[in-house]
Design a protein around this ligand. Sequence first.
Ligand code: URA
Length: 264
Amino acid sequence: MTSEQKQQIYSLLKTASDSILGYKSKSFDENAPFFKDDEKIQLQEKQQPQQKIQPQENTKSSNQILPQSMQNVIEKIAQCSRCPLAKTRHNTVPGTGVSSPFVLVIGEGPGFEEDMQGLPFVGPAGQLLDKMLAAINLSRISNVYIANIVKCRPPQNRNPYPEEADACSSFLQAQIALLKPKAILCVGTVAAKNLLKTEFGVTKLRGQFFEYQNIPVCVTYHPSALLRDISLKRLAWEDLKFFKTKLLELNPGYESQYIPYVKQ
Ligand code: URA
């Protein structure tokens, strides 16, 4: 009940009581109680509009997302202004690939081309990434989803600041929860550090399997690093072969699901 409704009932009862007892009410009743809205009504009035917009969302913390669908995450990312990268982006870059991927590839953040197109790994590094994946029968059209640590381009392609990566982390967590990949490949130090919460770089982390929420994780060089220093390509190839041993363990027939990705 609202304070106004309570006030009306009080006035009615007071008028009736005055009339029975035979004395006139003061115009300002100094003994009148102070009425407050019932708590339940306040909560319902405040929560209802939010529930209508995001019926499935957990609102425990503003930074936590438990989404209903990938579409829901993509919309959240598109509306995001949690960090300053939102001010300089042309497009958000949530990710691309199949909805139940065998492998999730995690990069660092969008570059120039990605920011313009709203798609991850579509520039020169992306073309090399597609070749690396093809070498072990993986592609974004058959068995892979590709996402980044940050969904907006850091200016001048600098590394994302820790606060930017932290502000964005719940999106990747939500994506992993929805995609349920069987294995994760981190390309580059930024991806590995942020996912595995380590201070080590690729050189230390490569050649081992880690776990993220029981999902095996492998780390290799970022394709941009391979474009800058071709001597790293041999090591990256070693990493891919090593990663493939795990993929075959997880699903010996996975290669039969491979469809080559041909960029339009
Ligand atoms: N580099 C990344 O880490 N991600 C992209 O999407 C593009 C380039």
